[in-house]
Design a protein around this ligand. Structure first.
Ligand code: AGP
Length: 604
């Protein structure tokens, strides 16, 4: 958030950040210019803490920048909160995104005597702007980002140029709001709406020079850009949802970006995988005798995929256990094993207890989690953060997909270290991973077909999901989404299990969703489909675009773009997320806050 105008900046920044808190809420800060004086206030925790600080000790000044954080590098703390300043304290920056080459830049700058006060990637930007500063903040910022690689919406102020704000965009969103004699900058539209509806979107690779008089847009190469103002008609609630009716649908559509962010800086050309917060001791991976995966709910379903993938690639046994079961069992967990605890929130009580039990038994603990600084992340030996960003809807979607991506990365890293994966195999999988944002985007483009199908299923009281192997794991997740938000009774099971009992429940018109992406079990799964069809079920298949046969078997087909079969759960779950969403929407339920559920289950 940024403001340049005649009014006191602090209250405007705080109000704007409050409207952006759905994007991140683990710490916050502001930097405000009062003439040639630049002052910074920042605090760990909810924005309210910062607001209290400013109430007790107000900051004068009419030009300022602010930030509410969703940590990616460095736990939530006063130190790691933004804004970050250069050593002179004359330049302050706030940043949204990930600087991929931050470690190399830190070393280079430290080599010239720079001292860093935080663990963040973002702080290097303040040092770079200062190093490039020769009297013009715009040129210094342009040169500074020229040395950074990655994604950034970056906003900069300097006490040397009060009244001026410079901002630049590469991937992460940035918008400008133009008022009467004042200009606003923000990551998203909700922060602007109380002041103006005249908005200008900053495009990728553009830099904007802001003073109270207006905003000048240029490309990073220096060409002037003329762009008209858009008039925003959304109300604030709509704007927070990015124009989507629910956070869940917004988060489903954020998945291509979330996958891209989770891959950023972690897969290298030539087949390398970099997991910079995983530090297995030498020889540990080669001597691994068992891997345990523990979690609850959707995270457990991600664990089912991890089992298939890691066992398939590494030939090491993987035990997947519900955390609420594992914690009361006497599991054969011991030194020499690795336990992967998966949790979006990192605060689920059962998962924490199971993780602690594993550690007590001498197992090494890796946390696959979405919240930097969460309890689970603080208790783990190794960390693999998914980068889905804050997930507001109770029904988890983008966090689930990024958990899968995290698992593929982990399997590749373990496989390479164990020396069981050939170069070609790794390169093929990495090539496949790189296609996932596009492939998911394509699958999302078929939402209308799913909506039509959902209207038919919304009339039913029961629906069944089946599949084999990885498809069974996807069926489990599809079924949970359906239950959670549509309140339709739903069950998932391995396709081969149907005829051992549940088939008795299948009658005329009973919807049965069959996931069919795995060639090795394709025919066997078709047999299960035929079994329910023989009982006049309404058969819906999730199948590849190039599957020419499935149309002969299933009444309806939800098609997905082809990827390597091991990666199939990523595109395959998308139509099932949408199916649950549209069934719930057809039934008019409170989709983001379904009855009886909580986003993070912190009690036993
Ligand atoms: C999934 O949509 C649910 N919100 C729930 O099952 C969730 O996955 C489970 O409570 C685990 O949460 P966690 O990933 O935060 O540990």
């Amino acid at each position: 958030m940024g403001y340049a105008g005649p009014r006191a900046a602090a209250p405007i920044l705080i109000d704007g950040l409050r409207r952006l808190e759905y994007r991140g809420y683990d710490s916050a800060g502001v930097a405000i210019c009062d003439g040639p004086r630049l002052a910074v206030r920042k605090a760990e925790g909810k924005l309210a803490r910062l607001a209290e600080l400013l109430e007790d000790d107000p900051l004068p000044g009419t030009t300022g920048i602010g930030h509410t954080r969703w940590a990616t590098h460095g736990v939530p703390s006063d130190q790691n909160a933004h804004p970050h300043t250069d050593p002179s304290g004359e330049i302050a920056v706030v940043h949204n995104g990930i600087i991929e080459n931050y470690l190399a830049l830190r070393e280079e700058l430290a080599g010239r005597g720079a001292v860093f006060t935080s663990e963040t990637d973002s702080e290097v930007l303040a040092h770079l702007v200062a190093e490039e500063y020769t009297g013009d903040l715009l040129e210094a910022t342009r040169r500074a980002v020229g040395r950074a690689r990655g994604a950034y919406a970056l906003v900069v102020v300097s006490s040397r140029e009060p009244g001026r704000i410079v901002a630049v965009r590469m991937i992460s969103p940035l918008v400008v709001g133009v008022g009467d004699g004042e200009v606003f900058l923000a990551s998203d539209i909700p922060a602007l709406l109380p002041h103006t509806r005249d908005v200008m979107v900053v495009d990728n690779g553009e830099i904007v020079d802001v003073t109270p008089a207006g905003a000048r847009l240029q490309t990073l190469a220096g060409e002037a850009v003329q762009r008209g103002l858009l008039e925003v008609t959304w109300d604030v609630g709509q704007a927070e949802k990015g124009g989507y009716p629910h956070f869940m649908l917004k988060e489903i559509h954020e998945q291509p970006r979330a996958i891209g962010d989770t891959l950023t800086g972690r897969i290298l050309d030539g087949g390398g995988v970099v997991l910079d917060e995983v530090h297995f001791p030498p020889g540990f991976v080669r001597s691994l005798d068992r891997i345990w995966v523990t979690a609850c709910g959707t995270a457990f379903h991600a664990g089912l995929v991890a089992k298939e993938v890691i066992e398939g690639l590494l030939r090491v046994p993987v035990e997947v256990a519900y955390a609420h079961e594992l914690r009361y069992r006497d599991p054969l967990i011991g030194p020499g094993s690795l336990t992967v605890a998966i949790s979006q929130s990192g605060e689920t009580a059962d998962t924490l207890a199971a993780a602690r039990l594993a550690r007590e038994r001498g197992s090494r603990l890796l946390a696959l989690t979405n919240v930097v600084g969460s309890t689970l992340s603080r208790e783990a030996d190794d960390l693999l953060y998914t980068r889905a960003g804050p997930e507001i809807a109770v029904a988890s979607t983008k966090a689930y997909l990024t958990m899968l991506v995290g698992e593929y990365l982990l399997a590749l890293a373990l496989g390479r270290e164990r020396g069981v994966l050939g170069r070609e195999e790794v390169e093929d999988l990495i090539a496949g991973l790189r296609t996932l944002p596009r492939v998911v985007e394509e699958a999302l483009g078929r939402a209308d077909e799913v909506r039509v199908l959902a209207e038919r299923i919304a009339e039913r009281d029961d629906v069944y999901f089946i599949g084999r192997g990885l498809d069974y794991a996807v069926a489990m997740e599809g079924s949970l989404k359906m239950k959670e938000i549509s309140y339709v009774h739903s069950e998932a099971m391995p396709a081969g299990e149907l005829k051992h009992g549940t088939l008795a429940l299948v009658t005329e018109g009973t919807p049965v969703v069959v996931v069919l992406t795995q060639g090795a079990t394709y025919d066997k799964t078709i047999s299960a489909l035929q079994e329910v069809k023989a009982r006049r079920a309404f058969t819906v298949a999730v199948a590849w675009d190039d599957d020419d046969d499935i149309g002969k078997h299933a009444e309806a087909v939800l098609r997905i773009p082809r990827v390597p079969e091991l990666l199939a759960p990523v595109p395959a779950v998308v139509p099932l997320q949408l199916l649950a969403y549209y069934v719930a929407a057809t039934r008019g339920h409170d989709i983001d806050q379904p009855r009886n559920l909580a986003k993070s289950v912190t009690v036993e």
